[in-house]
Design a protein around this ligand. Structure first.
Ligand code: DGL
Length: 262
């Protein structure tokens, strides 16, 4: 029996969207939040270099925090390195975050689905395999955004959103074909739910914006349900940033998510 925390990991603040849901489902679990802000954004990384970085970083994180499970709250990292992490640390339970293509394919009425993600996630074979496996009866458009994750980071720290820039990034998601229109956009980057109200406001027509955070949290709950003791003391869980002590605005944000940075 172990009473270690659940480690929630992302390249930045996007992982907080998953932590929020995980806390709702598992109020009696301890968490540790880790953001690899020194490596942000992951979307641009060369694949081998990012895999090596993640495998090496998780060696240190597992040793330092003794988690009962690690939730990779990042599509860009999960679609690339989940297998490598499981192979490197076979005793550890990893829960990944991958584009919600299967639920989107089940829900769409028009058959036109778009997946909004980082350029890395869009390029991955893993993402193509999900489409081939679950969405052969739909037309899935992959839309890689270079700017949205950074816009979300900026919004979370300063409250500012360039709405025209949001429109530019989401516009390719909206497809009209033979009288049908895209009706679901999969938010395949954990940063994006923070901008969803602006996306809704700027969208050419209403769509269902699929945020998988709750489903990931449920999967994490299933995976750890038989593990560890559940007593916690204190209201705050620790947060760590690979770039060192975060700035004032970031500290305020993470405090709002029940995290302390020191
Ligand atoms: N939050 C990450 C994801 O879910 C990516 C952000 C980035 O590092 O570009 O893909």
């Amino acid at each position: 029996m172990s009473d270690g925390p659940i480690l929630i990991f992302d390249s930045g603040v996007g992982g907080l969207t998953v932590l929020r849901e995980a806390r709702v489902l598992m109020p009696d679990r301890r968490f540790v939040f880790v953001a690899d802000d020194a490596g942000f954004p992951y979307g641009d990384w060369e694949e081998d270099a990012l895999t090596r970085r993640l495998v090496e970083l998780f060696g240190r994180l597992i040793a330092a925090h003794g988690p009962i499970a690690c939730v990779i709250a990042c599509n860009t990292a999960s679609t690339l390195a989940l297998d490598a992490l499981r192979a490197a640390y076979p005793q550890m339970l990893f829960v990944g975050t991958v584009p919600a293509i299967k639920p989107a394919a089940e829900r769409t009425r028009s058959g036109l689905v778009s997946v909004l993600a980082t350029p890395g996630t869009v390029r991955r074979q893993y993402t193509q395999d999900l489409i081939d496996q679950w969405a052969t009866r739909c037309r899935v458009k992959l839309v890689g955004s270079v700017a949205l994750a950074a816009l979300a980071e900026r919004y979370m720290r300063g409250g500012f959103v360039d709405e025209e820039a949001v429109l530019t990034e989401i516009a390719p998601c909206f497809v009209e074909e033979d009288g049908r229109r895209t009706d679901i956009v999969v938010l395949a980057c954990t940063h994006y739910p923070f901008l969803v109200n602006r996306m809704r406001k700027m969208a050419p027509w209403p769509v269902d914006w699929l945020d998988p955070a709750e489903a990931i949290a449920r999967q994490a709950e299933r995976v750890v349900s038989t593990l560890g003791t559940r007593s916690i003391s204190g209201d705050f869980d620790p947060a760590f940033f690979t770039g060192g002590e975060p700035d004032f605005a970031t500290r305020r944000i993470v405090h709002g998510f029940g995290l302390r940075t020191r």
